[in-house]
Design a protein around this ligand. Structure first.
Ligand SMILES: Cc1cc2nc3c(=O)[nH]c(=O)nc-3n(C[C@H](O)[C@H](O)[C@H](O)COP(=O)(O)OP(=O)(O)OC[C@H]3O[C@@H](n4cnc5c(N)ncnc54)[C@H](O)[C@@H]3O)c2cc1C
Length: 410
């Protein structure tokens, strides 16, 4: 098998990155699998802390640096897919003095030998970081595989925009956070949008009913149609587009279907290497997996029974893991991290209550939306939802209350 410890792509890489391993880092390179927010963010933090470290990023994508959250708002902003990439992989290499191996698919990890097997050949590592993300959940519907498009990276987004050309009617499968963001973006851009979802109201798992219904009304005001409490059952390609049959008997004729029913951590590599996995790759507070010298970060991990598929927890992880990899073991700690939902028609910010806290939602209407707090039996606040511009002014006060009550619970 070909050894790929030497550069695959010939570029003017800063000398530091090409130093012999023994000089650059005694235990061999830090190899990061993944060029997403977690992978590139960690590479940057490591480079900031150590100008000499041999850092390599392996990615099965093309390695362009882009903002994933922009994918669900770019249409209405008039941004073309190509404009969403801020850097080419070569620019990342030169800026950070690292090696980026694009279109490099890691197929197997030998944790005993500290070796990776890829479609390009083999590579040894000193310390390995899995930043391998999550993949869209697919509805098992016969014949729908290619037609049910999910958008989880820049390549998907190019396909999405190509398929929108000449389309008018778009069905979105999934009434969760990402489905609602795309519904807002598409409807605000003039498309006829139908959302199909299992919930009784949008984002049912995150929002109390009154707020969810108000979000639904706001998106309806943009023209979004809702098919809730049901799912897609049958799917047929026709000369005019796609004919959809829903479990509740409704039928829709659309030009395109976007699937946004959730993401599942990528576990195969870790499982095959014998690492402990549950819903995600299991890591401890140092983001270390069950194998020494192998760490994980980002959408692929499960920590304390939780998946944390957002940027804010990745930022916390990057700071701690960079220190740990450089020899100063640091545990990650997560502050309370409210989530902003990018539905401009009804700005939304939420902090779900922690698992296991008993209580109920208390909702209050505002002039342009609603605010809701999750209170326990003593009236202490443990979570909140803010819908509309006016409600956003309460964010910092309620966040402080939640922080104080979290300390009391702890
Ligand atoms: C449309 C959308 C909008 C979002 N909006 C927000 C938002 O507003 N705010 C927020 O906080 N979060 C948002 N998120 C979530 C956030 O974007 C993710 O939590 C974050 O980008 C995950 O980064 P990651 O690096 O862990 O994973 P990814 O970005 O998925 O990167 C995974 C990387 O692993 C590589 N990889 C996987 N397996 C292999 C292999 N075997 N070999 C080689 N390479 C491999 C892939 O090539 C890829 O580079 C959004 C997500 C989506 C989909």
């Amino acid at each position: 098998m070909l050894e790929i410890s030497e550069p695959v792509v010939a570029v003017a890489t800063p000398a530091a990155a090409l130093q012999p391993l023994a000089q650059a880092f005694p235990q061999g390179p830090v190899v990061i699998i993944g060029s997403g927010y977690a992978g590139y963010g960690l590479a940057q933090a490591l480079r900031n802390a150590d100008p000499q470290l041999d850092i390599r990023v392996l990615t099965r994508e093309d390695g362009r640096n882009y903002s994933k959250p922009a994918l669900s708002i770019a249409l209405a902003q008039g941004r073309e897919p190509a404009a969403l990439a801020s850097e080419s992989p070569l620019a990342v290499e030169q800026r950070l003095g690292i090696r980026v191996y694009s279109h490099c698919h890691v197929e197997r990890i030998d944790s005993q030998q500290r070796r990776l097997y890829t479609n390009f050949g083999e590579m040894s590592y000193g310390q390995l970081v899995l930043a391998s993300g999550a993949s869209p959940v697919r509805l098992p519907i016969a014949g729908a595989d290619d037609a049910l498009l999910s958008v989880n990276n820049l390549h998907d987004y190019h396909t999405f925009r190509e398929r929108l050309t000449g389309a008018r009617r778009v069905a979105i499968l999934g009434d969760g956070l990402i489905g609602c963001e795309f519904a807002n973006d598409l409807a605000a851009s003039g498309f006829e949008v139908s959302v199909i979802g299992l919930g009784n109201w949008p984002m049912e798992r995150l929002l109390p009913q009154a707020v969810g219904q108000q979000l639904q009304d706001s998106l309806s005001g943009l023209g979004v149609r809702w098919h809730l409490g049901t799912t897609l059952e049958r799917f047929e390609r026709t000369a005019q587009g796609y004919h959809l049959e829903l479990a509740n008997g409704e039928r829709l004729q659309v030009d395109m279907v976007l699937s946004a029913i959730g993401l599942r951590p990528n576990l195969e590599l870790a499982r095959d290497a014998g690492l402990d996995c549950a819903r995600g790759i299991l890591v401890d507070s140092h983001l270390q997996t069950s194998s020494p010298h192998i760490y994980a970060i980002g959408d692929c991990i499960e920590i304390d029974g939780q998946l944390l598929p957002y940027l804010a927890p990745i930022n916390q992880g990057i700071q701690a893991l960079a220190k740990t990899l450089l020899g100063q073991r640091a545990a990650v700690s997560y502050p309370l991290m409210p989530v902003t939902v990018k539905t401009p028609v009804a700005p939304l910010c939420l902090l779900p209550p922690p698992n296991g806290v008993e209580g109920r939602w208390n909702c209050t209407a505002t002039d342009d939306g609603m605010s809701a707090v999750f209170e326990d039996a003593r009236g202490a606040i443990h979570g909140f939802v803010l819908l509309g511009r006016q409600a956003q002014t309460q964010r910092s006060a309620w966040l402080q209350s939640c922080q104080a009550n979290q300390q009391n619970v702890a």
